[in-house]
Design a protein around this ligand. Sequence first.
Ligand code: NAP
Length: 312
Amino acid sequence: MTENGTQRIRLGLVGIGKIARDQHLPALAADGRFDLVATASRNASVDGVPGHPDIAALIAGDHKLDAVSLCTPPEGRYEQAVAAIDAGLHVMLEKPPAATISEIAALADRAEAKGVVLFTTWHSREAAGVEPAKAWLQGKQILAVRITWKEDIRRWHPGQEWILAAGGFGVFDPGINALSIATKILPDPMLLQKAWMEVPEGRASPLAAELEMRSGTAPVTVSLDFLQTGPQTWDIEIDTDAGTLRLGLGGSVLQLPGEDEQKAPDQEYARLYARFAELVAAGTSDVDIRPLQIVADAFMMAERRVTAPFAF
Ligand code: NAP
């Protein structure tokens, strides 16, 4: 039971890798609405929690599960989500929610038909500066948007070969975080006009990309790079008729014109699990695929250049 007398959500965590350990486990441990009752991962487990090699064994185990949270790579997550939904479990998906648009549309239909909750999480939308940025932009004229997301794949994704395979998204794995913020705070849809990608020889997904978009009448440029050594950049700048708003460090730092920088502690995953608990209590799904649609558009439209082979 929780402090409010409601049943705690009995949760299974699937895919015990970097994000599960860095964020999901601490967030779950701190949230009194969840009990982590079991895990599923082929090569990893969590001390003190019963572990299974895959989601089928997790579901077959006698854990009286209410929900699962999937932290596996996007390719293959569809089958895991189908298994969970068919077993009557609520499902929380790491970003990106699926490898394709068709997969996530099918999952949304399936969850609705089964009467379970589906939650497509976008953790960067929970960064401290994002809600205040959205509020400040209300009623202002957007003149131009510049998104610069440049990080070092070897530092943040060591050995994650899947990220450059088909369905791994390449530089759009971090880049979709920027798109998740922009689609939340900009008043108008973001429409792709031109795109370029650099794909290393022998790989399926890009290490760099440039997008030219528009949102209303404002031009939006997106510059993504996975080979950035030295300082790392996760910035969104928005020129308006009232000056330039800057969101830095992935949305955690907000700079409004003429004001001091605003920063707050990272609460992204605490907020995601709080939201999941609310959705489960209300029996409501939250499925927003706009960031994924933009990535799909980019993969449809981009001019591709093959670059030198890449090794981790
Ligand atoms: P990761 O370290 O590779 O962990 C994913 C885990 O999923 C693996 O350790 C693996 O555990 C399991 N898995 C199941 N099927 C797999 C397959 N076919 N290939 C590889 N691993 C498989 O990846 P991650 O960084 O945690 O990312 C997972 C998801 O979280 C991605 O969608 C990513 O975009 C998202 N995410 C990552 C970060 C980050 O900073 N890394 C931040 C936010 C969101 P077993 O081998 O034990 O099965």
